[in-house]
Design a binder for this molecule. Sequence first.
Ligand SMILES: [Ca+2]
Ligand SMILES: [Ca+2]
Ligand SMILES: [Ca+2]
Ligand SMILES: [Ca+2]
Length: 473
Amino acid sequence: MVHRAKRSDWGLRIADCGLKRARAGNPQSGTVLIVTIWVVLVLAGLALVFARSIRVTAAVSANHIASLQAESIAAGALEYVVAKLAEQIETQTSVTQTTDLYEAMQVGEGYFWILHSNLESDQELTYGLTDEAGKINLNTASEEMLLNLPGMTAELAASIIDWRDTDSDVTAGGAEDEYYLLQAQPYHCKNGPFETVAEILLVKGASEDLLYGEDTNLNGILDPQENDGDESEPPDNANGQLDRGFYDYVTVYSTEANVDSSGSTRINVGDASARSDLQTLLQETFKEERALEIMGNLSTTATYNSILNFYYSSRLTFEEFSKVADRLTTSSETTLPGLVNVNTAPKEVLMCLPGLEEKDVDDLLAYRGAYALGEEPNSIAWVTEVLDQTKATGIGQYITVHSNQYSADVVALSGNGRAYQRYKAVLDTQQTPPRVTYWRALTHFGWPLDTEIVATLRTGKPLTDTVLSRSTY
Ligand SMILES: [Ca+2]
Ligand SMILES: [Ca+2]
Ligand SMILES: [Ca+2]
Ligand SMILES: [Ca+2]
């Protein structure tokens, strides 16, 4: 026992000695401790930085995936539009204005909308394809027609003419090279046709203000930020109404082949060598005696600026003229660019046609309003039932009843609401399948629909009818 006690004594002494040494201070072990603490701190810091970086990377990836998803949905929407237009051609029924076909269409988890500017109301969004023949063509309209566009200035109308004409003679108020070459960043006057509507912003006197008006997000309705004055971008006059620019009323795309509804070449009534073709048509359509009578009414040297002049000279009855009008032309050209579809154009566009007053346009709208969608007249003959001879023949050369180009404002949203893409597409239905002639991102104009849609999808909830039916906000 004594022996054991002695051994434990020794143990205590040794331990005591170690403690004393440490208390006396071993500088090496203290440094190791501090370094260790620092290393741990740095490692913890690094771990935090990495964790944050991983979180950011994950968010960036998720956004990128959402953006790609929206991009794919937009591409799918374009295919959908091509298919709808092909269906329209095949079935001869109008599918461009059926809202249900273009509102909140689900693709996978995401959605797309084809937005259509509502020219009747600045409070309600509408969906569908836009008829480019229902607009004024910047490449063919006369200065007088351009001047009738809402918000158009004399300076810009004259400058549009100079921009597209091939000469360098300055129209009064217009501009050619001399003006453009003196700009801070000089460029040439184009002296060629407009290729896009936005190209007009290069022309003297043009501005986004004149082109888009207060509708800076291009959705056709009055958004809160477009009616709060200078409180938020854009500046506006806060008068409770959307003061539009002329963007919705102009195009560069409208053109048609000079053929009848069945695709056959038309008879040029101004061409003396086509008289026998005309006589054959009249004989096939009416009694021979009547055909000869009509031919007798026609001067062999007459020239016509439109088939409406021919109508009055021939003394055909309106019913007779309606039967043959689609088969006739006064132009030897194979394509007729920039004609305005008098069956579909909105009031503001019809107001641009030369010589028409507001009452004439209202009468035209009332007359065509009696026709059901898809049952519209197949020739321009009907305007002679509404307008007097001077007014009808004054607009005859600028109008048509055919539409071949449609545009689509595609809004595509990812399923989680994290990303959207917006594009403008223009499609030409003169080919089968319809050909996409223009495709440009509009995403920078901003989200054009109800913000509640995005907010709902971001919470992981599906879109309900309640959210979708909130067309005003
Ligand atoms: Ca010129
Ligand atoms: Ca707007
Ligand atoms: Ca504002
Ligand atoms: Ca306003």
